[in-house]
Write a protein that binds this ligand. Structure first.
Ligand code: RIB
Ligand code: CA
Length: 310
């Protein structure tokens, strides 16, 4: 089987952890590298969590590189209120014994991208700071990437403000650089990830699975589940798994080609990914595939199968 090479750039929070565990069990994927970025939590936590989750998934061989400690402009504002002080909901997992990489994310990502020229899909499931830094430092990076799947943005609404999603608002300047770069961008925003949720009874069903992966899922999501209603969440959205699952099951998704650009200066609208799936034809180009729907039943069934397979 010709595996699909992917690189995962992550702010290893709660849903990132499940996404990594899913990626490690999709045999059609070849995880050629990973990098950590500050976002849900500090870089230190994201870097450690990322390596430890790969280790738990039996993939301590995946090299994890440290990236940005803060957005391009301004200070880091984490989502510790949601992801906990350690970034994974307080879950305690074994420390990876893999060597600690010191090469910077943007240097390692660029090297691998050039090596796999036009065959590498980068999957960014945190703020886009590392991706933008790579574009700035290596202008030809864009020519060598096959595509960039991001969890971020929303054609309609937001989650950290009425019009901004966390990963984009965490670093709007980085996101703007990515959207104007000319890279093929697949945007898995809240339009699709709010439909990629686990209902309470589905979560509790997963908690019954007796595997180390399911234990990490339970230990990392229990507080969030208890607080779901406080956060007005209709379920536990598995945002970060969507751009990964799409690589293997594209038929489960619906999308539209759109023009998407990021508002970076608005007092109220900063961090909005501006598109409306219609009048965006007036933008200079329709630069992005915006994902809008998912077959939730199949998505949930896959999560249960994969957590049970560890
Ligand atoms: O808005 C959801 C996104 O922000 C997810 O990637 C989650 O992990 C947080 O980073
Ligand atoms: Ca994330």
């Amino acid at each position: 089987m010709n595996k699909l090479p992917i690189w995962i750039d992550t702010d290893t929070g709660i849903d990132d952890a499940l996404a990594i565990m899913i990626a490690c069990k999709l045999e059609q994927l070849d995880i050629v590298g990973a990098s950590a970025v500050a976002g849900n939590t500090t870089l230190e936590n994201a870097f450690r969590n990322c390596a430890d989750v790969f280790n738990l998934a039996g993939r301590a061989d995946v090299k994890v590189y440290p990236g940005a400690i803060k957005p391009l402009i301004g200070e880091l504002k984490t989502a510790a209120g949601v992801h906990g002080d350690n970034g994974i909901g307080g879950a305690i997992i074994e420390r990876s014994k893999a060597p600690i990489e010191t090469e910077k994310a943007w240097d390692a990502m660029y090297k691998k991208t050039k090596e796999l020229n036009k065959d590498l899909t980068i999957i960014a499931i945190g703020p886009l700071t590392n991706i933008a830094t790579t574009i700035i430092k290596y202008p030809d990076f864009v020519e060598h990437v096959k595509q960039l799947n991001i969890m971020g943005g929303a054609a309609d609404g937001g989650n950290v403000s009425p019009c901004a999603e966390f990963n984009i608002l965490a670093d709007p300047e980085a996101a703007e650089i990515v959207f104007i770069s000319g890279m093929k961008v697949n945007m898995f925003g809240l339009d699709v990830t709010h439909k990629a949720y686990l209902a309470d009874e589905e979560v509790l069903d997963l908690y019954k699975i007796d595997t180390k992966a399911a234990k990490l899922f339970k230990d990392s999501t229990s507080v969030l589940l208890a607080n779901r209603k406080k956060y007005y969440l209709h379920g536990l959205c598995q945002h970060d798994s969507t751009p990964i699952v799409y690589m293997v099951y594209p038929e489960w998704f619906k999308s539209e080609k759109c023009g998407v650009y990021v508002e970076t200066r608005g007092n109220i609208t900063r961090g909005k990914t501006v598109t409306d799936l219609w009048s965006d034809t007036k933008f200079k180009e329709r630069n992005c595939e915006v994902f809008l729907d998912i077959d939730r039943q199949k998505f949930v069934k896959l999560i249960k199968e994969i957590l049970s397979s560890y």
